[in-house]
Design a protein around this ligand. Structure first.
Ligand SMILES: *[C@@H]1O[C@H](CO)[C@@H](O)[C@H](O)[C@H]1NC(C)=O
Ligand SMILES: *[C@@H]1O[C@H](CO)[C@@H](O)[C@H](O)[C@H]1NC(C)=O
Ligand SMILES: *[C@@H]1O[C@H](CO)[C@@H](O)[C@H](O)[C@H]1NC(C)=O
Ligand SMILES: *[C@@H]1O[C@H](CO)[C@@H](O)[C@H](O)[C@H]1NC(C)=O
Length: 326
């Protein structure tokens, strides 16, 4: 047993809450001194598309995602018919989750209420609009004040701040855009300067690879990376999320699991990803997978979904329950 106390008494030993607030970063004391580039976060793919339709990717909204422990949000933007920058799935006719500025306001409110949490936001610019529209949405939502801007672009993997430093400076939001970033809006970072990604819209339930897909022709050297670990089902020419596989896709271990695919990645690149994007994060066992990738917690149990995630999973669940109470 790694912890001298049972998980429950460990949680209660965190009182008073002021001590708790100082002791933990993204839910774990061990992460405070870790560099941003050396921490793996499970991310919600298409975090704004909430519901049960084939155009939806998550079961609950971003406030609930963050409350549950998600610290990496991905969201897709498009222009709606009236020229407003909204969160839409492929087109705003197909699925329109409302203005980007509303989504960013929800995120701002959550960051206000959770001062020890560092969140990554990855936006996609589906209609390749001018970065100034993103700047406007960040300004309307008052979110700009939380953003972190690296001293150089790119930034060496060994030069990223620790969570403690980001929290200390209150620069707790690292915001990236896949295309259209520009120095005029310095705080929205160009995703592919800092990251590479594995292929998306994967239809192999085994997730048996971890190829560098974007940026095309780039090298992994010096880039953090994001694993697209969400399974699609091809129906004719259309890919829809394979929700029925979520329990195994989002498991911590086993064939096709998060742990299995990231194991392939670590073998290829010699380090863990910074983001692992999933659909319906609340199915399977994503926090057990995250804790294991970060070297936290006990042995992973379960695997087919429904496991308790071992000691680390119980503790982070307890902490999140506490946060919901207070
Ligand atoms: C990442 O963090 C772990 C745990 O603290 C540490 O052992 C490892 O050396 C770090 N890796 C890098 C590249 O800093
Ligand atoms: C998010 O969903 C929860 C229920 O899961 C609801 O109580 C809350 O009002 C929603 N928040 C927003 C900002 O829509
Ligand atoms: C975006 O719009 C601004 C004016 O708001 C303009 O100065 C800039 O050149 C535009 N950028 C691109 C990439 O078109
Ligand atoms: C924190 O803020 C100080 C003062 O502005 C700055 O010198 C330092 O570089 C910042 N640290 C990080 C990690 O951004």
């Amino acid at each position: 047993m790694r912890y001298p106390l049972s998980p429950i008494s460990f949680i209660f030993s965190l009182f008073p809450l002021s001590a708790y607030a100082q002791a933990l970063c993204n839910g774990h004391a061990e992460l405070c001194s870790r560099q941003y580039s050396n921490i793996t976060q499970i991310g919600t793919h298409d975090s704004a598309f909430v519901g049960t339709m084939p155009t939806d990717n998550q079961d609950v909204n971003i406030t609930a995602q963050l409350d549950a422990g998600i610290r990496f949000l991905q969201a897709q933007s498009h222009l709606d018919g009236s020229g407003s920058l909204n969160l839409c799935h492929t087109t705003c006719m197909e699925k329109d989750a409302g203005p980007l500025s509303d989504y960013l306001t929800d995120l701002k409110i959550w960051l206000d209420a959770n001062p020890n949490e560092v969140v990554t936001l990855l936006l996609t610019n589906g209609d390749n609009v001018n970065i100034s529209l993103f700047d406007t949405a960040f300004t309307i939502s008052n979110l700009k004040r939380y953003t972190y801007t690296p001293p150089t672009s790119p930034l060496d993997l060994s030069a990223w701040p620790t969570l403690n430093e980001l929290i200390g400076n209150n620069t707790r939001l690292i915001a990236f855009l896949d295309t259209g970033a520009a120095p005029s809006v310095y705080y929205i970072l160009d995703e592919f300067t800092y990251f590479f990604e594995t292929p998306f819209d994967v239809t192999d339930p085994k997730f048996a690879e971890c190829t560098l897909d974007r940026p095309k022709g780039a090298t992994a050297d010096g880039r953090m990376y994001i694993v697209n670990h969400f399974l699609d089902l091809s129906i004719g020419s259309v890919d829809i999320p394979d929700d029925s596989a979520d329990d195994t896709t989002n498991a911590a271990t086993g064939v096709g699991s998060i742990g299995a695919q990231v194991g392939i990645c670590e073998g290829l690149y010699g380090r863990a990803p910074v983001g692992v994007l999933v659909d319906n994060f609340d199915r399977g066992n994503v926090f057990a997978a995250q804790d294991a990738l970060n070297g936290l917690g006990g042995p992973i149990k379960g695997g087919g979904g429904g496991g308790d995630g071992g000691v680390g999973g119980v503790i982070s669940k307890g902490i999140n329950d506490l946060k919901n109470v207070f």
